[in-house]
Design a protein. Structure first.
Lengths: 351, 351, 351
């Protein structure tokens, strides 16, 4: 049903996107159309990636998921970089991190918890992920923030580049660890490995859909980025709020939906993996990649967030770790994550 | 025996309080009399609440304890707000948090640990509480601190009000979770539920005593607040030191006593619940309530602590979580908490 | 083999050290000679302490190890204090903390993890140590940093002295806890207590070697300290980088070697104990002792690190705790610690 809805949105939204940008329709209207179209396209990309992952087997599949999982966000960010909107890029990275940790996980735990009194998941994975969250957010994001206070611009950029390379290498090492050297080592009982999964689409069809929807996302994203200024003025939203809340929700809508569905089916391992795995992908792969990509544009982006962004991410990490580290969730823990998201949302709105 | 002592103090202290404030006795003397009288009155309030809680059954009883547990502190703070002493209010909230986490828990663990090699308590409760501590102190207190740096006064107040409402709703949700939806779910073996407890006082007597002692506390508190300035000058104590150390100890003396007694009886679940539960009550209920109450006075109080206060609370939370998260304490862990309290005490004294 | 190498280095390095300082050889050359000689001498001190510890039994032995374990670093630091290089002293303390937590533990986990899929160690000890790490670094180091921002120099020094005394008392209490009141209480199965260990050297020989190598280390350290300025200028290294990276590696080289060897033999309890135990020794004993010793010199040292140093230590503590708290390591966790060290190393180099 969701799939049919997405098909309709894409079939209507894409032509409207083209028409609107040609005939200069109201920017507010176009902002809404672009956002909806991207969300629907992201749904197609997700299904195509999943089909390919099943065909390709767990190792290559894991790699595919890890690479294309945040493709939409990466594309929007590249166009934002190109437009010189560094603030929006950093804000949307922040938004992805707190959105996945607090909103996606929070909704999953809350809605799942309304149905089940206690939901359990693999505590080994949760602790492994906790370590990486601390590494990525608390070490790799905090260090440049503090050190850059007494550094000039060139030194800050050098540090950012160094950290970015280290983050990407460690992200690849984490994939190698998970898919090769320690595959199954920490898995006691798993609800992820559905035996004999059947791909939705054939390999060829999946590749074509993935390719076409990626191109379409790129086209719409470039247009979307240019509506930010007008929309911000109209609604009294700051660049920060647009990036942290709006772009992050649009860019991660597909993940939100699937995580909640999984939680509702009591497949908590998958729900947690989507929320935290996606956070790790953003912080250890997308963010450093954008720093490196920005070197090819005229405005280079250091890995230095604003202090509110950084503190929001760090506190979100500590809250998530504390809640997930016992391998057990309930509706109240979900409510707590959602409340934290709301607090930060109000903060970024007022800032 | 303690009860008899408290009766004597109240019977002597109350008339002296009235006389002293009428005849303008030395402020230093009155400060001591007020403090002792409040501590003794708090003992009566605690016994009355406990009697009522037993009569009312666990659900309403839990609610009563949660509401009246920090009534003394709430009353002193409201009079401080009225007198425009916002700094003292925030400082005494800080003092309650670090006092409960470090001094109350520290003394309990230390003294209990001198008698027992290892004391255990329900690790599920401890982790549940840890999540809430992180939410209240590390998210809800840190966010306004950092965001307010680049906000004007009106925005800071809006953020404070928003966070306060969220905190109170979540506090009520936590009670609902504990007393209704998940009652007993995480309790493996419990030393809290003494079967067939007999209330000390009848329902009627308890209500009357609760009412009278609350009025008396209110009267004495109002007078106490006005001695702070003179006492501070006399002893070279800052407003901060009076709030963080003195007011916090007076306001929480009753809890200190019962937590230590429980630890000595090896009822660690109760001791931990008093120390951490009281902290959560202060941070998720009393503090936000005071922010909202302050809107009716001329000086409105934002939820923004001084940096030393905030850092003291945050580091106290991390230390407590690390020590309680294994569900096991000993004398050394108590000593560590006490040492942390001493360090902060010296800091606030010198500040 | 390593022992023979160390003997050769000492036999060549010591005369060269004397000759070089008499005949004013190139400072860069002397810096290298001094460093190598100290590393080799530290090896002798370690072996002598170990022999004495075996002879003296576990209690006195534990005390000996705890006292002499960081003797080299203490000696270098005292001479740095005497030379007025307070910045180098604080930096080398920082370097010891992050070096032990990230480099020593990281190398141990990584190299051990290449051989074994999963390495386990006593999770009780790990959690006990985690509590102390939070106490020492997150409470005792962070509080003076934040409070000193609004304190004058005399107040900052008073606070530093108070905290130092508390730290040392708590360190002694921790030894008393571990060696007397709770000896073996938390030990389920131990790979530390090799039954019937035979000391390498006789008691007399060990004492003489310990004494002689301590004197030699002192002599070489005093000379080493005076090469820092020239070396820094020559290589473009800041005082901070020399302290955090160079001095810390030289001062802890012996521990590095033994921790890695233990990890390779799958004796993870010992490897973790060396890395974290040494960190605790530095932060709870060496650092406060240096603050107190500095009172006898003309430049008194407050317990106030630079912000980058403090943040490096705090984030290193959180990362280590998150990784060790499950009592289980693998190569990826080692890689993560090493990556964090590298990030900080780049930061201090660029600063």
């Amino acid at each position: 049903m969701v799939n049919r809805l997405f098909t309709i949105i894409v079939l209507i939204g894409l032509p409207l996107s083209v028409a609107g940008s040609l005939f200069h329709w109201s920017q507010i209207l176009m902002f809404v159309i672009y956002c909806l179209t991207i969300i629907a396209l992201a749904g197609f990309m997700g299904r195509a990636t999943e089909s390919l992952a099943i065909v390709a087997g767990p190792r290559i599949g894991g790699l595919l998921n890890a690479t294309f999982g945040n493709a939409v966000e990466l594309i929007i960010s590249i166009f934002s970089l190109k437009a010189g909107l560094l603030g929006v890029v950093l804000a949307s990275l922040t938004g992805s991190v707190i959105g996945n940790l607090l909103l996606v996980a929070g909704l999953s735990f809350f809605i799942g918890g309304l149905k089940y009194k206690r939901q359990e998941f693999n505590v080994y994975d949760a602790r492994h992920n906790s370590g990486m969250l601390i590494f990525a957010v608390v070490v790799a994001f905090v260090i440049p923030e503090v050190f850059s206070m007494t550094m000039d611009e060139a030194e800050t950029l050098s540090l950012s580049i160094g950290i970015s390379i280290i983050l990407i290498i460690l992200y690849l090492a984490a994939l190698f660890f998970k898919l090769v050297t320690h595959r199954g080592v920490y898995q006691h009982k798993s609800d992820t490995a559905e035996a004999h999964e059947v791909p939705e689409w054939s390999k060829m069809k999946a590749i074509i859909i993935l390719l076409l929807s990626t191109i379409a996302v790129a086209y719409v994203s470039e247009n979307l980025v240019h509506t930010f200024e007008t929309v911000g003025e109209q609604f009294g939203w700051t660049e920060l709020f647009i990036g942290v809340i709006i772009v992050a929700i649009v860019g991660n809508a597909a993940e939100h939906a699937s995580a909640i569905i999984m939680a509702y089916k009591n497949k908590m391992n998958v729900a947690v993996e989507i929320a935290i795995g996606s956070t790790l992908q953003v912080s250890m792969f997308v963010a450093p990649l954008l720093v490196l990509i920005s070197l090819f544009f005229k405005d280079r982006m250091p890995l230095v967030f604003t202090l509110p962004e950084l503190i929001a991410m760090v506190t979100a990490v500590f809250l998530t770790i504390m809640i997930t580290n016992d391998g057990d969730t309930n509706w109240f823990e979900g409510a707590m994550l959602l409340a934290a998201y709301l607090i930060m949302g109000i903060g970024f709105y007022l800032l």
